[in-house]
Structures are given as C-alpha cells and as structure tokens.
Write a protein that binds this ligand. Sequence first.
Ligand code: ACM
Ligand code: ZN
Length: 747
Amino acid sequence: YSIIPLPNEIEDRQGSVVLSGEVKVSLPENERARGVCSYLGDHLKRAGVTLLPVEAGASGETIRLAVCDTLPSEAYELEVGDGKILLRSNADGAGFFYGVQSLLQLIPSDYYTDGAPVPDRLEIPAVRIKDRPRFGYRGAMIDVGRNFMPKEFVMKFIDQMAAYKMNRLHFHLTDDQGWRIEIKKYPRLTEVGSKRSGTLIGHSDYYWPERFDSIPRSGYYTQEDIKEIVRYAEERFVTVIPEIEMPGHASAALAAYPELSCGLGKDYAVRQSWGIFKEIFCPTERTITFLEDVLSEVIELFPSHYIHIGGDECPKDAWKACPRCQALIRKEGLKNEEELQSWFIHRIEAFVNSKGRDIIGWDEILEGGLAPNATVMSWRGETGGISAARQRHDVIMSPSRYCYYDHYQEDPEYAPMEISGFLPLDTAYAYDPVPLELTPEERLHIIGPQANVWGEFIQTPEYLEYMAFPRLLAMSEVQWTNPDRKDFEDFTHRLADEFKRLDYNKVNACRNFYEVNFEGSWNAASGRYEVAMKTFCPGMEIRYALNDSAEANLKGRYTSPIALDETATVYAAAYLDGKRLGKITRKTFAVNLATGCDYTSVPKAGWEHLNEGFGLTDGVRGYPIQMRRWISFYEDTVRIDVRLREPSEIREVAFASLWKPRNMIWPARYAKVFVSEDGKRYRQVDERVLAYDFTRTEATRFPVSLTFEPRKAAFVRVEIGSGGLCPEGQPGEGTQSELALDEIEIR
Ligand code: ACM
Ligand code: ZN
C-alpha cells in the first residue's frame, strides 16, 4: 500500500478486487457522493473502466458508497476485498472524496507510468482503512501577487492538493508587485495595479547597483475566473481563502488610488523589486470604506468562512509622519502606531464579522492587541502562534523554517535561485505544528499547518511546481497523519511510487529526491575528513568520482563515507535499475591542516549561519548566493586562533571574505598571520594589505592566500581587519561594515 498521506488505520487483507469494463456502483441519495463518483469515473476511464449506477444490493454491484452518520467530518472507511469495494463517509461527503483518493493510490503505480502500456483492468489490493485527518485545516498558500499564475495552473495545483487530501488554498491575491483580482467598483486596481514594466533580476542583495529587466508583466483574475476557480476547488473539497493585504504590502493598490495613502510625497508605483515598502494604506474613513467595498466583493465571490486580511510587514514610518494618522491616534486614545494598526484591524474585523465571516491575519496582528475573533497565521516562528493560542485564539502554524517552500530544498550553492533558507524534504516532513509548551486545552487552538509558496522568484508554473513538490506531499502527511505513525523512511518508499504519478500528471517536481546530497565532516575516530553521500529515494546506487564530472567516469561505488586528504570536488549521481533519474551533483570540500580543528575568535562571531563554533573549519567554503555558510563579525578587527591537531610545518594560510555592498558586507582590508608553539607566545610570519576590484557589480567571494617560508606551528593566529566603515555613497555609509569570513585554510 502506497498511500500519501499515510492513513491513520490500515489493515492488510489478502487478495484483490479487479475493475474492468463496466463496473456497477451504488450511491446514496447524496449530491456530493454523485460528484465524487463522477470524479472517480474520470480517473478510471483510461483503463476502459466505466461506472454504471445501480441500486444498492443489485446483482453484480462492485463499488458501494454509503453514508454513515456516525463518522466525523472528513473521515472515511474503505474496505476492499471479496470482490467488493465499500466506501463510507458521513453526509458531508468529504470522506467519500478522501476515500477515493486512497483508492486511486491503491491502483498499482504502473497505471501512472508514462509510456507503460495502458492496462485494461485495474487490480486493487484488498485492504481495510479507517481514516480521519489529524487537523481540520490543511493549507497551502500560493502567491500570485508577485507573479501572476494562469487560472488553469491554479486549478492544476488544486488537483494536486486534493490528491493529497489538503483542503485550504490560501490565495495571496494582492501585494506590492501586483493586484490580481477584479474589483468592479474600483477598476483601476487591475487597470493600473496588475501591471508592471520590469522586474528585479536576481536577489536584491546580489547585484549592486540593482538590475532590472524591462519585460512587462501583468495578469489578474476576472470575477468569472474566480468563480470558476472557487467552484473547481469546491468540487475537490478545497476551500479557497482569499488574502487581501492591508495595511502594508499595498503598493499596487496605492499606485491605482494614491489618495488612500498617507501621501509621503512620493510616486506610488507597482513595485519592481522585493521587500518591505513604507507606502501603506492611511487608515482614514475613506480608506476603510474602500477596503470594505473591496471586501464586500471578495466575500461575495469566496464562500470561505475565513477572509485573510494580511497584516504582516507593515512599517509605521508613513503613519508617524502623517498628520491624519497622528490625529486619529489622539482621537482614539491610542498609545502608538502599533495600536493604530490594531485599531485598524479591529475595524476591518468588525466589518468582516458583520458579513458572517472571520479574519485570518499574519502574526503581526498580535502587536497592539488581537482583534476579538481573529485567527492567527504564525510565520515568524511559532511564538506568535503560541501567544495567540494562550489567548484562546485559533492558530494556523506556518513557521518559515519548516513551512516556507520558497526556501531552497537542494544545495543552495547550485540550486536554481530561491529567496534564501534551506528546507530540504526531511526537514519539511519532520515538522510537528503542536508546540509542546501548550496545555492540552490550548493545543486545540492549533487548527492546522500550512505550506507557503511565496512567489518573488517564481515566474512560471513549472518553477512553482519545482518549489512546491515533493515537499507538499511531506506537508500533507504533517497535516493528516498522527505523529506516532509518521516515519520519514517509510514516507520515502511511498514517495518513490508517488513520483510516477507526479510525472504522469506532468508535475515538475524537484528531483533532488533522486540526487546525491553530500555531507562532509571531520571524523575524530579515523582522524580523517569524510564525505557521506545520500539520496532521499531508497535503494539507489550511488556512483561517484573525484575531480571529474564525466558520467562515464563515475566509477566509484558508494558504500560508506569516503575519506579526503586534500581539497577535492566530489561528483556523484544515483541510479535505480541502472537508470539515472536526477542530475549529477557536486560539492567541493576544502581539506587542509585546519579542517576539523577547534578555533576561537575575538570577538565571537556575531552571526553564524551554520555549524556554530566550527563553521570556519568545516571543510565547506561560503559562496556568494546565500549567507548560510558564512561566519560574520561586526567589529573592526577579528582574531582567530586555530589549534592544529599536531605541530606541523606550514607555508600558507588562506581564507575568503564576502563583498555584498547592498547588505553592508565588505571584505577584509588586511590580514596578518602568526604562529605559536605553545598557544601563548605568537610570532608574526606574514602580513598583507588587501585590495580588490570594486568596479564589479555583483556579490563576490574574494579569496586571499598568504604564503611564507615554512614554519613550525602548533597554533596559528589570523588577524583580519574588517572592511571598516561602509564607504561614502554606499548603503550604510559611515557605519561599521559586516565582515563575513569562510573558510580558514592552512597548508
Ligand atoms: C510573510 O512571510 N511576510 C507573511
Ligand atoms: Zn496616514
């Protein structure tokens, strides 16, 4: 049985039920059951199976859907065996739909293998399943504000969500870079707000000055499109929750209607770059009327009980400078701008409540006091969610570390560009959304987790799929399966099967599942640096080579970690039945006398993104695309003392520092090397003043090597002068720059 998410009770049975040709089905008097049956029929057609409705108990009846009122909502019972398939749900019908999803996954995955002969009969293994979800809220968010996604793609995404029993699509419809929903009363929202004439290239901190393309981008959903999407989702038991961002992330709306802003005296424009913008809605009666009008149309279009009103990342600069905002603060007796935001959210909530709906807001809505009926979506970790649950508010957990599927899922050094972070499949799978510090009663307020696919760097549907899959399947199991039944290893076996179906459905899932990931570490026992290689997909054969990327030369067969005694690039690929299913991956390990050695630094690192305390000698060099590997210091001078494993003769000390002027990161301006035999008395052996090519316009890793006459050393000290104050005309001008270092190499 290869079902994702794993059912909560599953019992083996012997035998199977074969479906072929005309298959007789009986249905209860239930509209949803009829809908589910026709959905099932569509999925069996390819094998020539047609479903023929009959009375319950009629001769030849093979499939029976039956209402069982004692089953909770969304629960189902599926029995396959003795020539029959029996599926039970309560009258709301969701259980029928989820039972059918499990049934479809019981079909051997060859049915879903592209190019395999189409079978004319489907053999379903006998089984008994009793299943119900752990959480009632099982969400995924797509961000079409940053980059518009066609309606057809949204529906395809809903199909995939539904296949994994997810039931809430959070539709992020508005942002600084685009307004994506037609509002009849305010046509400029889409006439102006859905279009931009260019977009930032790369990360905002990578090219400096920033680079922009001049490709016009636009797109929005008409109200008819929205109705179609909502209907399509509803047929699949997915509720679409619209998000209209306020009071921040509102540049596109303000470009259309600048009179709704505080009037900072700037041009309001649909933004072409990413980040947080100071231009926000001014909470006047006029703005509130506008937002109520917008929400009225939105509420009319979306039957969802929840309406998401955003509330995140809202700087208060404009409100601080705005006479109208300040007058409002005084009039309402508010303490500050945070309370003004809270006042504003309360107003909006009262309106949404008056329409019989409830709001969801990002966890910033906690600041200045939570609106009485608000549900909190906790994204800056779980702290906001915990605080809200303690205040007896419902919570959706979506902490970025586990749930932000805009983070890298394969080695960021080589992966297609993403925003930042590192969230591989096993981390996504490991998430448990119920914090242990909550009491049992408070825990009931955690209504479920959600995956968020933010769209800054996602310009096409294929790319969105690459980011979302297969992590979304891991999320489905976080959402559905009880924690005592979750098991990553078992999940990977089922995922290997499920990949066939993803391929068959032309879902462009990330294939890192079939690729080799490397992990280098110093092995104190063997006294050598070792590189472990693994794939998430079980049962793969790993072939590798050192310093040679040609596939034909991947002659090493990996069985256990390989030892490296000098710097090398490892190339590897994984094979299943002799076939390579992913790309050849690589990683360079800098192995030298310092590798794996203890070191101390003065000052201590201000920010270690990874491998705290040994990141400078962990054998992996930092790279400019992402900060993960770098060790940062914030003072003028840094002293690093490396204790060699044994006294050695040395002739080179190398390191690299990073240049990322946009982030006030400047490279080292000098370096000095000292040696010591006892760790007390040091002698200087070399010194260099460093100069760089600052006419470059992209973030750069600047390597430095100091070589000298061979010296005996037990300890090596490197003194590194920071880049000093950020230069004139550059971000942070006149303030201390950040010094990001990696890796200290000694030979
Ligand atoms: C968010 O990621 N700004 C909710
Ligand atoms: Zn204002």
